[in-house]
Ligand binder design. Structure first.
Ligand SMILES: [Zn+2]
Length: 255
């Protein structure tokens, strides 16, 4: 293989590690968000019930004030009854007082009704709050673990980024730009191994014998690309038994 290809293989190894890291990390923020959403839904439900409860309480206070005013009015009317001279006037005022008293009884019933509603809402809120607490307790370990994993991955990411910078320094500009161009067009994988039979590992095309010879002998173009998928080709070497799926997909030896 030409030297340019060997240099790019090192870069490919780093890029595959970065890719693997990003794939591993991608699920964590989503899971954290899922947990937040779950708790957020319960909190919103609790807030909604609390708002209803506040509304009921303010209604009840309003009615209580009205009852006080009506009672005050009735007291005034009752004291006037003694001063009334004519039976007709007396009967008329007495009727007013009866109507007012009946009104108070209705309002007192309304208050009882509101208090029952408030009690029911209070139980519902209590239940939701208890659910939130239980859920938070249940999620605690997972959340801590997710945050720790994210911060560990972030450190790994920084290490790999620094390593990549180092590797890139040793690669010719034009080779690098070819590599980057293919990488961006080919789902993040710019290189493909050629198996002993002469097939491209990425797209399975059997590459022409002439090209295969050039690749094996290293006497040809600096970079040899697959005629079909255009990935930079290299000769497959025995893979490490500890190798992971990603590297195998790309036919990379990581040792
Ligand atoms: Zn190919």
């Amino acid at each position: 293989m030409a030297n340019g290809t060997t240099a790019l293989m090192e870069l490919q190894a780093v890029d595959l590690d970065i890719r693997k890291l990003e794939q591993a990390a991608s699920g964590y923020p989503a899971r954290l968000q899922e947990i937040e959403n779950d708790l957020g839904g319960d909190r919103a439900a609790s807030d909604q019930k609390q708002a209803e409860l506040d509304e009921i309480d303010s209604q009840r206070r309003l009615i209580e004030t009205q009852i006080q005013m009506h009672k005050e009015q009735i007291r005034k009317w009752e004291s006037r009854l003694t001063d009334i001279k004519t039976p007709r006037e007396y009967a008329a005022l007495s009727r007013e007082i009866d109507i007012a008293k009946k009104g108070i009884r209705n309002q007192e019933e309304e208050i009882l009704n509101l208090m029952e509603q408030a009690e029911a809402l209070n139980s519902e809120i209590e239940l939701i709050e208890r659910t939130i607490l239980e859920k938070e307790k249940g999620y605690e370990a997972e959340r801590t673990e997710l945050r720790q994993k994210l911060s560990m991955l972030e450190k790994d990411r920084e290490t790999l980024a620094a390593r990549r910078e180092q590797v890139v320094k040793g690669i010719d500009r034009s080779l690098l730009s070819t590599y980057e161009r293919i990488r961006s067009r080919r789902g993040g994988i710019a290189m493909a191994a050629v198996q002993p039979g002469g097939a491209c590992d990425a797209c399975r095309l059997r590459i022409p014998p002439q090209l295969y010879n050039e690749l094996v002998t290293g006497r040809g173009a600096e970079l040899i690309q697959c005629p079909s998928c255009h990935r930079i080709l290299y000769i497959a070497v025995a893979t490490d038994s500890n190798d992971d799926g990603d590297a195998k997909d790309a036919g990379m030896a990581r040792t």
